[in-house]
Design a protein. Structure first.
Length: 399
């Protein structure tokens, strides 16, 4: 069976520890890095720990057994599902300066057949933990990144051999180059040029049109485009948190959503006055509907575009982290149902109250689920002056 080489894993760990964290600057001596690593990604855990220790930082490790969730949901009663270990999690947030979370699965259908309400209730129970993390991040005192470690099961789901799957990871993260960190810095400079141009535009709303889509996304004031932060590896996207109250129309997604130990296929969403008024799927509709019924998950928290010229990911991976950055002929469009990214606010996020976030239309939820389409679509911006300009066409930004 294919195993990524030690050299590749060392490069991977170096990118995550000495670049992705700290907003592209890496960790500092004396900082605390919290590692969340599944059992199936154990080889990468050793390299991450080594990179952190060599940087003079400290590690706290959460090692997650494979196929551990299903038994909990099968046995736990309502009180156990809603149990929130507040003291432990608050202490964890207080102590950590950075978080590296590795996505690696041995069963992408682990929770199939489990009542999706139980899964959503568990997420709601841990919302306070998410808020504590967000608050610390908004103050500039914590950073995080996500990365992927491929398994035979993940490769099989994507209809690839494990070596082919890892080839996508290796190329997508620049691990096949002599200096991956340098390559990421070069890419982020290119993205920054486009991001700067987008942020110069006084955009009031976006219209996304395609054969299967006609969607209005409201923007207006108190927004900026984001990207190139190291938050995810890989990340080629430019994204923004819209005014969730102003979404109108319908959108279809040609990529399956693997989420909550289930798969949801051929998703279509209709919006009215900002909220999902109707949802459809050819598979996993019960999971989708339960998610949408979760508070705040019926509104949009993020709108994102990936330019086909930059993405090195050319194949479906069956994992959102990579699929939301997939290039191909027409690039990538995705929205996230649920919580917004508060750092899309151009001012000091730490000084904004909950009421002010609501007044500006920044969505709040325990959910943040990205749903992806790689079909051809045109994105037109309407400026405050009333002028319309195309900002994205044929899989590329046009600004």
């Amino acid at each position: 069976m294919y195993t990524p080489s030690k050299k590749i894993l060392e490069k991977y760990a170096n990118v995550l520890v000495n670049f992705a964290l700290g907003g592209g600057k890496g960790v500092k001596k004396g900082e605390v890095v919290f590692l969340q690593v599944p059992e199936s990604a154990k080889p990468l855990l050793y390299e991450l720990r080594a990179a952190i220790l060599k940087a003079g930082a400290y590690t706290i490790t959460e090692y997650l057994p494979d196929n551990y969730q299903r038994g909990f949901f099968e046995l736990a009663n309502e009180n156990q599902i809603k149990f929130f270990p507040a003291k432990y999690l608050k202490g964890k947030v207080d102590q950590m300066d950075h978080v590296i979370s590795i996505i690696s699965e041995t069963n992408k259908y682990e929770l199939k057949g489990i009542d999706p309400k139980k899964i959503m209730d568990r997420g709601l129970a841990f919302k306070q933990y998410k808020e504590w993390r967000d608050e610390k991040e908004n103050k500039g005192k914590m950073t995080w990144t996500l990365a992927l470690y491929g398994t035979p099961q993940m490769a099989k789901e994507a209809k690839m051999s494990l070596s082919q799957y890892w080839n996508q990871i290796t190329k997508g993260c620049y691990l096949d180059s002599k200096n991956p960190v340098l390559e990421w810095k070069k890419l982020y400079k290119k993205l920054e040029v486009i991001r700067t141009e987008l942020n110069k535009l006084d955009i009031k709303r976006l219209r996304i049109k395609a054969k299967d889509t006609d969607l209005i996304i409201g923007l207006d004031k108190n927004r900026k485009w984001l990207g190139g932060s190291g938050r995810n590896i890989p990340s080629y996207e430019l994204f923004i948190s819209p005014d969730a109250r102003r979404t109108e129309g319908f959108i279809s997604f040609n990529q399956p959503l693997y989420r909550y130990g289930n798969v949801v296929k051929n998703i279509k969403l209709w919006f009215k006055s900002g909220q999902v008024s109707k949802s459809g799927a050819s598979e996993g509709l019960n999971v989708l509907k339960e998610m949408v019924n979760t508070k705040g998950a019926n509104m949009v928290g993020e709108f994102s575009l990936t330019d086909s010229r930059f993405s090195k990911i050319t194949k479906f991976m069956g994992e959102t982290l990579f699929d939301e950055n997939m290039g191909g002929k027409y690039g990538n469009t995705h929205i996230a149902l649920g919580s917004a990214y508060m750092d899309s606010y151009p001012g000091d996020q730490s000084k904004v109250t909950k009421k002010q976030w609501q007044k500006m239309g920044y969505n709040d939820s325990s959910v943040h689920t990205d749903i992806i389409s790689t079909t051809d679509r045109t994105v037109t911006a309407t400026l405050s002056s009333g002028k319309e300009i195309v900002i994205y066409k044929n899989g590329r930004f046009t600004v």
